[in-house]
Ligand binder design. Structure first.
Ligand SMILES: [Zn+2]
Length: 116
């Protein structure tokens, strides 16, 4: 019997669920579907409010389902894609675009603080 672990792709299923936590005080961001940008903005605003709180734990979550494979279908997603699907998800979730956005927002936040 083969089993397959695969991301849930039904209509309406979020591509990712994002959240953040301040390591200093434990405050949690709202959880948002599909777009990490609100979590980035939440973190920057939190640090603006509490300047000594600059370290965050970001999470990207996704629903996965284990299913039985029909006979003859390769059940190992890693073998098919060459990479583990969970690793691919995290690459997409917190990839270079997200880091670029963070730097941009941080620079913008600094600009706002300098002129207020
Ligand atoms: Zn905090």
């Amino acid at each position: 019997m083969n089993w397959l672990l695969a991301p849930v792709r039904e209509q309406g299923a979020p591509e990712g669920i994002f959240g953040g936590e301040c390591v200093t005080c434990g405050e949690l961001s709202p959880l948002v579907d599909d777009d990490p940008q609100p979590v980035a903005i939440w973190a920057i605003r939190h640090t603006q409010r509490e300047p000594s709180h600059g370290l965050f734990l970001f999470r990207a979550e996704k629903h996965w389902r284990v299913e039985r494979c029909a006979d003859g279908i390769e059940g190992d997603a890693e073998a098919r894609s060459g990479r583990h699907p969970v690793a691919e998800f995290f690459d997409r979730a917190f990839g270079p675009a997200f880091v670029g956005l963070m730097c941009l927002l941080t620079a913008f936040a600094g600009y706002l603080m300098a002129y207020t």
